[in-house]
Design a protein around this ligand. Sequence first.
Ligand code: PDD
Length: 264
Amino acid sequence: MPVLDRGFIFGDGVYEVIPVYRGAFFRLDEHLARLQNSLDGIRLPNPYTATQWHTLFAELLKRNAPAAQQTVYVQVTRGVAPRDLAFPAVPPTVFAMVQDVASPTAAARARGITAITVADIRWQRCHIKAITLLPNVLMRQQALDAGVQEAILVRDGEALEGVASNLFIVRDGRLITPPKGQHLLPGITRDVVLGLAQDIGLTPNEHAIPLKELQGAEEIWLTSSNKEIQAVTWLDGKQVGNGTPGPWWARMTARYDAFKMTLG
Ligand code: PDD
């Protein structure tokens, strides 16, 4: 890759992470729609039609050894040009790769993950899946330095999402997640999980989660394309529920596992 690529020099680009289960894409059209929104958000024309993306990704999978669970990472940057902030008149750079995902062991799933809340230091366009992830890098490291695995981001007293995942809490039979907006990424896994809530007997509910409500939650989950649904069992040094992944998490995980194998 040329060093003057604007992705490298400015972080001027957007990306997607798309799950692949046993060689089949999961929610590909939804990921392509979000890629389009991200491109629109940075005023970069989409270099390919949906059909061309499908063809490109099919070729990518064909050239790599199949595995039970993979992700395709794709990024589009504003191309290679002399270093100047103004938009250049050059073609965008497209890069895509396929990676195998190791499913967490049963023991790891049963432990859940530990997290702290941190102040969200990101910008005002978090709904764009921008490759510029320096705040996320710093916040994840802040969590690791504090001896936990994850950070839950808080802005103006409200818990929004994880460093690379969406946030859910369970409370009084409701599955609550913050509404979409400019302060969080509209996760594809989030939409699937919300859509499955009623199947397991929870009422889906999109509303803001004040920090106090997060701290009093019966269960806390983080969702993403590569980690699927993770239960947070320790938050800010206190156990969530009884300190193990809760019964609703177990039901949702089973439902999600069944769903992802039947539908693309
Ligand atoms: N991250 N919020 C943020 C800030 C994210 O970066 C991600 C995904 C999500 C979950 O979105 P989805 O369910 O569509 O994966 C929420 C990807 C996986 C990553 O950066 O690797």
